[in-house]
Design a protein around this ligand. Structure first.
Ligand SMILES: Nc1ncnc2c1ncn2[C@@H]1O[C@H](COP(=O)(O)OP(=O)(O)OP(=O)(O)O)[C@@H](O)[C@H]1O
Ligand SMILES: [Mg+2]
Length: 278
């Protein structure tokens, strides 16, 4: 393999399309949010990452009590400024970052100490922000790579991925690196779906794609959720993402600045002013 697959490195993507493209950077700090709804967690949802605290190596905490949760078939969206810790939260939920405090539970099981591959075996799939495909491999080989843990027949799942993303079937023999940005994201999502996950985690799946391609990808993500798969997704296109979100989380400095349904966040004047450009 020519490319090292190491999502822990170089994982600072996409600074171009950004909810932070507003005149003044948000001055909100977590302490100012006492009046907004507390994040869910009292009753554990299907996927619950509660009060996560952690950082890289021996470094300072990047996550300062972040909580995210989603039920089966729900779409949960994390938004927030660059550097807020969104990708770090995703890595923590997937087990790529050891938590100093907090818990992650899946379907009632405490998985906080499990390795990523053990979480995959329990039904989690993660599409990282960058380097999420093997560019030199064909589309179909990428999908096969997604299923490498499976011992059963994968052809049915591959057909399902091709039904969801017909262009990938057309281009299945082409090196994935030759595809457009939107199509490469389809490959990445398709590869994750090859594990037949219960939880699909996507870190900025629409990074760098046009608004039309973004809408299409969101429609496909809604379709996946309707099959009962839980989606936990980070998005820079905050407004559009919150429109399709059952649950939304605004992350600032590693903590929940706002939590609520997508609709509640879209209607919240402070969220609109600080994060949605008015
Ligand atoms: N591998 C790493 N090692 C050390 N520090 C890191 C690492 N990755 C990220 N950080 C730091 O953690 C903080 C949060 O970064 P993170 O990538 O989680 O933010 P983000 O909200 O995903 O930002 P973006 O919107 O740019 O994707 C930043 O200060 C960043 O420098
Ligand atoms: Mg990120």
């Amino acid at each position: 393999m020519t490319e090292a697959y190491d999502p822990l490195r170089d994982d600072r993507g996409n600074r171009d399309i950004s909810i932070t493209k507003i005149g003044n950077p948000p001055v909100l700090t977590p302490a100012e949010n006492r009046e907004t709804r507390p994040a869910p967690g009292a009753v554990r949802a299907f996927l619950t990452a509660e009060a996560m605290v952690g950082g890289y190596g021996r470094g300072a905490n990047i996550l300062n009590g972040c909580t995210v949760a989603a039920e089966k078939g729900q779409i949960a969206v994390i938004v927030g400024p660059n550097g807020a810790g969104k990708s770090t939260a995703m890595k923590a939920v997937f087990g790529m970052l050891e938590l100093r405090q907090g818990t992650v539970t899946l379907d009632g099981e405490d998985i906080t100490r499990l390795k990523p591959q053990e979480r995959v075996a329990r039904g989690m799939a993660f599409v990282p922000q960058t380097r999420n495909i093997f560019a030199s491999l064909s589309v179909e080989e990428n999908l096969e790579m997604g299923a490498f843990l499976r011992r059963d027949d994968i052809s049915r799942t591959m057909e399902q991925v091709y039904t969801l993303f017909p262009i990938l079937k057309e281009k299945r023999r082409q090196p994935a690196g030759e595809l457009s940005g939107g199509q490469r994201q389809q490959v990445a999502v398709g590869r994750a779906l090859m594990t037949e996950p219960k939880v699909l985690m996507l870190d900025e799946p629409t990074a760098g794609v046009s608004p039309i391609v973004m809408d299409e990808l969101f429609d496909r993500i809604i379709e996946v959720a309707r099959q009962g798969i839980t989606i936990l997704m980070v998005e820079q296109n905050a407004r559009q993402a919150l429109e399709i979100a059952d649950m939304g989380y605004v992350l600032v400095q590693g903590a929940n600045a706002y939590s609520g349904t997508g609709r509640e966040l879209l209607a919240d004047p402070m969220v609109r002013k600080s994060f949605l450009g008015g």
